[in-house]
Design a protein around this ligand. Structure first.
Ligand SMILES: [Zn+2]
Length: 249
């Protein structure tokens, strides 16, 4: 697993999360990286979302409209948590991520302020390889991956100029992602992870993220929930007041 946070300078390799579950390696994943390489296709139609902070490009205009609808739907909860977009970002729905193809399903490029999400038809092919999200329909997987990357974009803007370890980024991205899932889907993931409250904060570590992201995601959400799931908690994390176990980060 390579890890880059948005503010890290050496933009060499893509970040990717590789999920391990038991003896199986999986590939669902939500990437965070700081560099990028390939420009968007000029012909791809671009839709401006209602909020104005995001524009979406997609070969299928309906998929761009869907992404905007998800962004607008998510806006209220993110605002509740203290997240407002401070500058515009763009979303690219694509059949091929700029990096980590076959490993990631979405990514956030901090340098270009760009989110990339695989199209639903591509996600349909990916779900068979994922654990935890495997039973999700492509529409819900598309939505939840977009939410995850949206959180990275917000954290990037709100933590600008400050170092935030990747494990802190992923704590918030997974927590808010699971928070916004339909309850039945969240419960299924929690059951799959087989963890029980109360969660010990120090166990939500960079090494857990590396070796079992699905457990990391479940523990992060449970901890987030038990700590109030509010803007104060988000703010403490963004300010670096919560010191994560960063061994392996
Ligand atoms: Zn992530």
């Amino acid at each position: 697993m390579q890890r880059l946070t948005p503010d890290i300078k050496p933009p060499i390799l893509p970040a990717r999360s590789v999920v391990m579950d038991g003896f199986r390696a999986l590939t669902l994943t939500l990437c965070l990286l700081s560099v990028l390489t390939r420009p968007a296709l000029a012909e791809t139609p671009v839709v401006s979302c209602h909020s104005g902070a995001f524009s979406v490009s997609a070969e299928d205009p309906q998929e761009a409209d869907l992404a905007c609808a998800i962004i607008d739907k998510t806006h209220a909860r993110l605002a509740q948590l203290g997240f407002e977009m401070l500058e515009p970002a763009r979303v690219e729905i694509t059949s091929a991520l700029d990096v980590a193809q076959g490993v990631c399903v979405g990514l956030y490029n901090a340098m270009e302020k760009k989110l990339q999400i695989l199209s639903r038809s591509c996600l349909q092919d990916q779900t068979a390889h994922s654990i935890g999200f495997a039973e999700m329909e492509p529409d819900l997987l598309f939505e939840t991956v977009l939410v995850h990357e949206l959180v990275h974009a917000h954290i990037d803007q709100h933590s600008s100029g400050r170092f935030l370890p990747r494990v802190a980024h992923e704590y918030l991205a997974y927590s808010i992602q699971l928070d916004l899932l339909p309850e039945a889907d969240r419960i299924r993931i929690l059951e799959k992870a087989q963890i029980a409250a109360p969660i010990v904060f120090d166990e939500i570590s960079a090494s857990l993220l590396q070796f079992s992201p699905i457990h990391f995601a479940a523990m992060a959400w449970m901890h987030f929930d038990q700590e109030g799931a509010d803007s104060d908690l988000v703010d403490r994390i963004i300010r670096g007041d919560l010191l994560f176990n960063t061994l392996w980060d």
